[in-house]
Design a protein around this ligand. Sequence first.
Ligand SMILES: Cc1cc2nc3c(=O)[nH]c(=O)nc-3n(C[C@H](O)[C@H](O)[C@H](O)COP(=O)(O)OP(=O)(O)OC[C@H]3O[C@@H](n4cnc5c(N)ncnc54)[C@H](O)[C@@H]3O)c2cc1C
Length: 386
Amino acid sequence: MIDGTIDLATAEQTLWDAVVVGAGPAGCVAAIGLARAGLKTLLIDRTHFPRDKVCGGCLNSDALSDLDRLGLATAVSELGGFTIKKFLLAQRRTRATLDLPAGMAVSRRALDALLVQKAIANGSHFLPGQPVRIDHTNLQAETRLLHLGSDGTVAMQSRTVVLATGLSTAVCVDEAELPVLAASTARIGMGTTACHFPSFYEPGTIYMAVGRSGYVGLTRVEGHSLNIAAALDLPRVRASNPARVCREILEQAEFAISPEMLEGPWRGTASLTRNRPQVASHRIFAVGDAASYIEPFTGEGMAWAIRGGCAVVPLVVRGVQNWSPALMHEWATTLNQHLARRHRWCRTFARVLRHPKLVRAALFLTAAMPPLGRAVVRSIHLESYK
Ligand SMILES: Cc1cc2nc3c(=O)[nH]c(=O)nc-3n(C[C@H](O)[C@H](O)[C@H](O)COP(=O)(O)OP(=O)(O)OC[C@H]3O[C@@H](n4cnc5c(N)ncnc54)[C@H](O)[C@@H]3O)c2cc1C
């Protein structure tokens, strides 16, 4: 377990330059950058690390490029994950295999724990096991007040807050201040890890089966484990269970299944498509999934989160020195520049995936015309093709 670096009483008495709420990739990368910039930084998470997280576990080549720029690529590669080079997509018996620019498959348990350790090593303090709620009063003040713990009795002040709480539905910031719009028809995420699985699943390939009720991605990660992550229709999961729904999808795609592979335990997420019409508020910047998220089919969420975590640093630094409401607008514009095009692609995929016949047609075309598949891969992995 990763210990906190500060006790609650000291954290409470400190006036922080930046408190980062949420220690996923977005929050950790932001904390690393802020601490390197010399800000008095505190990274807080409601859970203890290492912890599991529903995710395909695939860092795409863009995410790896950003980690490299941060000086973290070697440490990530030493986690024992696998280089990903292929994407095998199936809808019933129709299959296509796409070559990918090299990414990395690694469990979120290992990756996020490493990033927390790097944040600490770069000078950020870390406080685990503390759910945070941001006080909504006094929006003109020079600091934001944060309540910690389940009863909120511990309170601390920070000049700025980075909201990196992912898809969490627990209220961290008042809905009136930063509302969240969730698509009512959006799928939910479900995930598990299998230690016993058929040899069909080789390291270095993402196996993706698409069905009527959603899609299931399987990837080998470190420690002879198979990471299973799915985006599923909520009514189907409610009427059955995630293991059964995933089994149906995998059977239809004729992917190998062993009896114990889907036994779980399963973890779930909230609705997978959500958006904050406003991504900043008085002295608060939302990053990663907390700012916006679209279904995970293209496996880019961590790349977006890491990019956001890097991009927010200069704005926070300026906000600490001299807060101006113009920074909120600037953050919205920055995020839009980084992500608007990628989000458009992702939304298109999400729509196509609702129509199995369209998916089959797309797979036929991709198999028959490899340049088409390459063009799609290019559009997602922008950095690798610059
Ligand atoms: C099924 C599925 C498959 C996916 N596959 C991939 C993939 O292969 N590749 C990829 O790049 N992306 C994938 N993603 C997306 C990826 O998981 C996310 O985009 C990424 O985790 C976002 O990072 P984040 O830092 O914004 O949030 P998270 O990683 O969700 O981290 C948020 C953190 O905030 C903490 N937190 C929440 N609320 C509070 C609070 N109030 N107080 C304190 N702490 C709080 C949580 O405990 C958590 O640790 C997938 C997602 C799903 C659902």
